[in-house]
Design a protein around this ligand. Structure first.
Ligand code: NAP
Ligand code: HSE
Length: 441
């Protein structure tokens, strides 16, 4: 039996899950590898050598120095599951320099440093596999990069952060408390080490960066993704949206426009009739529209030990199958060879056009609504749906919810700037973009 030896950097949620799969499912993995190859965990780096682990580590070399693993001549594949973009980057570079193939779940690292890492890996004939970095257990990289390779892809959009979707789903329950729900998501192993990455959309922006790169064949451009989190979405917004026939989802969207690519992550009203609106809890889903295939959707658990580790071990199996192939016969990391990536512009959020949900608290007296709609009408923004009810916290105010027609973001911003100056409006106006994702709305 040929033994492929793995060096794990990290044995936490995902690392522990990967080790557990190897322990529980090894004979099936060996069968998939043709019956003459097996895998073994050789060397593992953790921070705390005394911590209780998901597997028995008595026969595994343990260290607190990840570089020990990366430079260990007995390690064939480095599996990076510790996170971060500094030490993890140094480790991957050292692994590449040592000619070791790499599996990683680290979307931050791929999104921010991937262009350089993939170039270095190609020079050294090293594979970097990163299926677990996007949408947890859904094999989305493979589906978009290989399954849809006959298509020119027009757009891809998805719920790509499990923690955020879990929070938005739980907030629909009466009395749900944002902080408590987030704590549960952390306990379930869904959240990032710094959960503001989940809540403020940074994690989704990392994943969208990767999705955009593989669907359009463009370099990874994390710094150009417009990113807005879910921390300002209230339980009231979720209820109003539902009354109007929508769900609020935290979407990542990548689309072609006439002037460049649009890359954005923000809370979004999605009509109930769109499948994505019904993706709840930790589940993720990604839709992609190709010119031949039409609209497709991929659904599954987006975070947690088992689903993420499932993608990690699938990558290990893929590497073992592909490592003897000449580099030109392998699937390029981003689906397009590095010299085929198109450096087209990414458009500003100001240039997008969509419908908007607006919610404000306004003085409950004659003429206020007329004043508001006049400011909107002056800029050709019309109200397609209106809902008004007494404000719960202030009897002198009314809560106004308006859905606009399709307008340019810069125009909407100028309307909001004027409305926010009105003394009849209390506090900031809430604005959430609406997307129908290919369906008539
Ligand atoms: P985690 O539970 O915090 O595990 C991190 C592991 O790395 C721990 O075992 C930790 O050791 C070890 N580690 C961290 N820094 C280290 C250092 N300087 N030296 C040695 N060991 C170190 O994190 P996780 O949730 O598994 O996430 C790991 C990676 O997977 C991240 O890149 C994350 O973004 C990504 N990811 C996570 C999920 C998910 O659902 N959790 C899903 C997809 C992708 P100790 O155990 O001793 O602290
Ligand atoms: N924190 C991430 C999420 C983990 O909640 O989606 C999966 O990438």
């Amino acid at each position: 039996m040929k033994i492929v030896r793995l060096g794990l950097l990290g044995l936490g949620t995902v690392g522990g899950g990967a080790a557990k799969i190897i322990e529980d499912t090894l004979s099936e993995i060996e069968r998939r590898l043709g019956g003459k190859t097996t895998i073994r965990i050789e060397h593992v780096a953790v921070r705390d050598l005394n911590c209780q682990r998901a597997i028995d580590t008595s026969n595994i070399k343990l260290t607190t120095n990840p570089m020990d693993v990366v430079t260990d001549p007995n390690v064939d594949i480095v599996v990076e599951l510790m996170g971060g973009t500094t030490l993890a980057k140094d480790c991957l570079e050292a692994a590449i320099a040592n000619g070791k193939h790499i599996v990683t779940a680290n979307k931050a690292l791929i999104a921010e440093q991937g262009n350089a890492l993939f170039a270095k890996a190609a020079e050294k004939n090293v594979i970097i596999a990163y299926e677990a970095a996007v949408a947890g257990g859904i094999p989305i990289i493979k589906a978009l990069r290989e399954g849809l390779s006959a298509n020119k892809i027009e757009w891809a959009a998805g719920i790509i952060n499990g923690t955020g979707n879990y929070i938005l789903t739980e907030m629909k329950k009466p009395g749900a408390d944002f902080a408590k729900v987030l704590k549960v998501a952390q306990e379930l192993g869904y959240a990032e080490a710094d959960p503001t990455f989940d809540v403020e959309g940074i994690d989704a922006a990392h994943k969208l960066t990767i999705i955009a790169s593989i669907v359009f064949g463009i370099p990874l451009q994390f710094d150009k993704v417009f990113t807005e989190g879910i921390s300002k979405v209230t339980a009231e917004d979720i209820q109003f949206a539902e009354q109007l026939g929508y769900q609020i989802k935290h979407l990542g969207m990548a689309s072609r426009t006439k002037t460049g690519f649009s890359l954005r992550v923000h809370p979004t009203l999605v009509p109930n009739s769109v499948l994505l609106a019904n993706v709840n809890g930790v589940m993720n889903a990604v839709m992609a529209q190709g010119d031949s295939v039409g609209t497709t959707m991929y659904y599954g658990p987006g975070a947690g030990a088992g689903p993420t580790a499932s993608a990690v071990i699938a990558d290990v199996i893929d590497i073992i199958r592909a490592e003897d192939q000449p580099q030109q016969d392998r699937v390029p990391a981003l689906g397009f060879a590095l010299d085929q990536l198109e450096d087209a512009p990414v458009v500003s959020i100001d240039d997008i056009e969509c419908k908007y949900y607006l919610r404000c608290f306004a003085k409950n007296k004659a003429g206020v609504l007329a004043k508001i709609t006049q400011i909107m009408a002056d800029k050709s923004v019309s109200v397609e749906k209106l809902h008004q009810e007494p404000c719960v916290n202030n009897p002198n105010d009314a809560t106004l919810v308006m859905l606009t027609n399709q307008v340019n973001e810069a125009v909407l911003n100028s309307v909001l700037a004027e409305l926010n100056l009105l003394e009849e409006i209390d506090g900031e106006i809430q604005r959430i973009r609406i997307e129908s994702l290919g369906e008539a709305s």
